[in-house]
Design a protein around this ligand. Structure first.
Ligand code: ADP
Ligand code: ZN
Length: 724
């Protein structure tokens, strides 16, 4: 039994990774490894799972085996480890036989501390024989949910790992996943035959992410408005299909945004180049299928857009998890439609098998999550079996934008429900219809099928024309969710439930929402800070990093992560000794890069007369918790009170102008200003007021449209703040 000694963990963490603190649960997870107790570690994406096994591997004698499902990622992970001075290697089918032989020789000579391997190879007899002659420290199973049918990424080859405990009875097994459901955890323990495992579960809440989930309605505009709000910040847009990726990407480029595609249909080389361009900030926007993002360590992704609905909440959590890894405020917008549900069902195909049914249930849960109108943070946590302690999360559309209910919900519901009844009565044979058809009847469509069936003669034909098809589809979904209408599982047709009849009799009032606003209109919660970071220096160091990475032909983050550069641009070390204190600078990187980075810092600071060797700001752990800091907003308010322009304030605060406009809106509301001067000139203000008079102040888009798109949303937004 090894005595668990925290000292050694801290020492190794600093020496190789250059970090001083553990993220939540990392220490406990590492202690399990050192004290020889099997474990299941459940942390959200970005929670720092890799270090949970990499650090102990460097504290123990022998070689750690890491089972990992993704061959494509092994190389990056191993490169990254080697660059930090950790003797690591991988074995997979992409290697040449020469590389393979040389790796086996390294293993035999105990030269490897961490070996990555795919599950199917691990259980091969010849390999087991080799391992039996090797001293193993422990086995880590990464992405352990792949072993469970209840997970979202079941891989049959993981089932082979069952035999590991028989073959290596004295070796501990530690498993890591971001899937937190109990069934999955239970399966992991059972399938790996873990012996009284310690189960560690971190919080799945990501308080720095603001979730917004809207019906899709001219998705291109919806996407553009999010990108515009995050001018020159990094963002990922996920699409369901490859063709959507290509289409969206070329439309964005036509419109002047710089975006690159990423999907499995592209050549490896092109894909890699696009990913690197994104990681290195040469391009702001990447449009991708879900294949993108696994294993990339880009911490400054400020927004994730889903142009279509993912197929499970696990996927949603994982993909949105790629935003805001640095703990800074970030936004996640999902634009969905009922057709996504249909599209996924088609893609999933036959759902008779058990795994097929599970996938279908997950898909339905995802759809219900989308059309729900309650707190998103809470809904996600509930799904993963956790609780949210606060009433109002302050970071989701439901909590921020209080979905407004239609005053005449009951009348609208009655119209929709009676249309369903009339349609049923009108048609003797095929007596049920789907929501799209019902929507078309209500909006007075002269569609061939409607005319043929004489449904244009029904009294409910066209009675909701002014509301628009899109809204009617939303309301039908809400009536289904609330149990007033029923949807047949197989044929997707809609019928009226008993509860629905109560609406007709005026005994029940459904909750139908006004269409949700598309545009983010609020500043996000303050989580971590860029206070004290010199933006110019940060950018200089990024360029330096990019050049070094290109020279060495590795991704930029393998040289240093953004958080390390940020810390350099804050501390501004003038010598090698100070440089070693930078968060993210371990011994090896200090030796390789110390001189060149210190020189760049000294040059920059001397040229710009900027102080060096400053005291570090308080460390803010990036993990969940309620560590909210409100540093920037008060400063912004202070600047506005001095009449500072938005651009100036954005520069000073190192925030995107969109964020600063958000602060300005809040400032105007708080101070109850009645004129937006000096931020909007008088003539523009008047034009906006005139338009608002015509189309109302509730929504920005009608005002924007009525001004022919000539005045920006930001100006409209802050002008509106002066009048209500
Ligand atoms: P996961 O596998 O859980 O998604 P990773 O292991 O990729 O997460 O870690 C996410 C990010 O957090 C990486 O950039 C990693 O370098 C960083 N990280 C991990 N542990 C620490 C720590 N103790 N201090 C600071 N950053 C850390
Ligand atoms: Zn909420």
């Amino acid at each position: 039994m090894i005595n668990c000694d925290n000292e050694i963990l801290y020492r190794v963490l600093r020496q190789y990774w250059g970090y001083d603190e553990f993220l939540p649960w990392q220490k406990e997870a590492m202690e399990c490894v050192l004290t020889l107790r099997d474990s299941v570690v459940i942390l959200p994406t970005g929670g720092g799972k890799s270090l949970c096994f990499q650090v102990p591997a460097m504290c123990m004698s022998g070689m750690a085996l890491v089972v990992s499902p993704l061959i494509s990622l092994m190389k990056d992970q191993v490169d990254s480890l080697k660059n930090a001075g950790v003797p690591a290697a991988f074995i997979n089918s992409s290697m040449s036989s020469e590389e393979h032989r040389s790796c086996l020789a390294d293993i035999r000579q105990d030269r490897i501390k961490i070996l990555y391997i795919a599950p199917e190879r691990l259980v091969m007899d010849s390999f087991i024989e080799l391992l039996k002659q090797t001293k193993l420290s422990f086995i880590a199973v990464d992405e352990a949910h792949c072993i469970s049918m209840w997970g979202h990424d079941f891989r049959p080859e993981y089932r082979e790992l069952k035999t590991l405990k028989e073959v290596f009875p004295n070796i501990n097994i530690h498993s890591y996943t971001a899937t937190a459901t109990e069934l999955v955890c239970h399966d992991i323990c059972k399938e790996l035959n873990l012996i009284s495992p310690k189960i560690l579960t971190g919080s799945f809440d990501r308080p720095n992410l603001t979730y917004r989930i809207k019906h899709r309605d001219n998705v291109f505009d919806q996407i553009c408005s999010v990108i515009t709000n995050h001018n020159s910040e990094s963002g990922i847009i996920y699409c369901i299909r490859r063709t959507d990726v290509d289409n969206l990407c070329s439309r964005l480029n036509q419109k002047g945004y710089k975006a690159l595609p990423y999907h499995a249909g592209m050549m490896d080389q092109a894909r890699r180049e696009n990913q690197e361009a994104f990681i290195n900030d040469r391009v702001d926007v990447i449009v991708a299928t879900v294949a993108f993002g696994m294993g990339i360590d880009k911490s400054n992704v400020r927004y994730v857009i889903h142009a279509g609905m993912p197929k499970s909440l696990e996927h949603y959590q994982q993909e949105t998890g790629r935003a805001g890894r640095d703990g800074l405020e970030s936004e996640c917008c999902l634009f969905f439609s009922y057709s996504d549900l249909m599209a996924w069902q088609r893609i999933m195909g036959d759902s008779d098998s058990e795994t097929g049914k599970i996938a279908l249930n997950k898909l339905n849960d995802m759809y219900n999550f989308c059309i729900d109108t309650t707190c998103r943070h809470r809904a996600i946590l509930t799904y993963f079996g956790q609780r949210l302690d606060t009433q109002n999360c302050g970071a989701c559309d439901a909590c921020l934008e209080e979905p407004e209910l239609m005053i005449d919900s009951i009348v609208i519901a009655q119209k929709i429900i009676s249309c369903v009844v009339r349609l049923k009565n009108s048609d003797k044979g095929a007596s049920s219809f789907g929501s799209a058809y019902i929507g078309r009847v209500l909006t007075g469509s002269r569609d061939q099928r409607i005319l043929q069936a004489s449904h244009d003669k029904l009294s409910t034909w066209g009675i909701l024309t002014s509301e628009g098809k899109q809204n009617i589809r939303i309301w039908i979904e809400q009536l289904v969710m609330q149990g007033y209408l029923k949807r047949d599982d197989e044929y997707k047709t809609i019928s009226v439930s008993e509860k629905g009849w109560c609406v007709i009799k005026n005994n029940e009032t459904p909750r139908l929402t006004k269409p949700l606003k598309i545009h983010p209109e609020r500043s996000l919660p303050q989580i971590a800070t860029w206070e004290g970071v010199d933006n110019g220096l940060f950018n200089t160091l990024r360029v330096l990093r990019r050049n070094l990475a290109e020279e060495q032909n590795v991704p930029a983050y393998i040289v240093f992560g953004d958080s390390a550069l940020k810390d350099m641009a804050m501390r501004r070390p003038s010598n090698l000794k100070e440089f070693l204190n930078v968060n993210g600078v371990g011994q090896k990187k200090w030796e390789i890069y110390g001189d060149i980075f210190v020189k760049a810092i000294v040059d920059y600071c001397t040229t710009n007369s900027i102080e060096m060797d400053t005291m570090p700001a308080p460390v803010i752990t990036k993990a969940s918790g309620n560590s909210s800091l409100s540093g920037v907003k008060p400063l912004a308010f202070e600047l506005f009170s001095q009449g500072c322009s938005v651009n100036e304030a954005a520069d000073k605060l190192d925030r995107a102008t969109s964020t600063v406009f958000g602060y300005l809106e809040e400032y105007i509301r708080q101070e109850k200003l009645t004129s937006p001067a000096p931020w909007v000139d008088e003539k523009t203000f008047h034009l906006i007021l005139e338009a608002a008079d015509k189309v109302g102040v509730d929504r920005l888009k009608p005002i924007f449209d009525s001004l022919n798109g000539e005045i920006s949303y930001d100006l409209i937004r802050i002008s509106r703040a002066c009048v209500g």
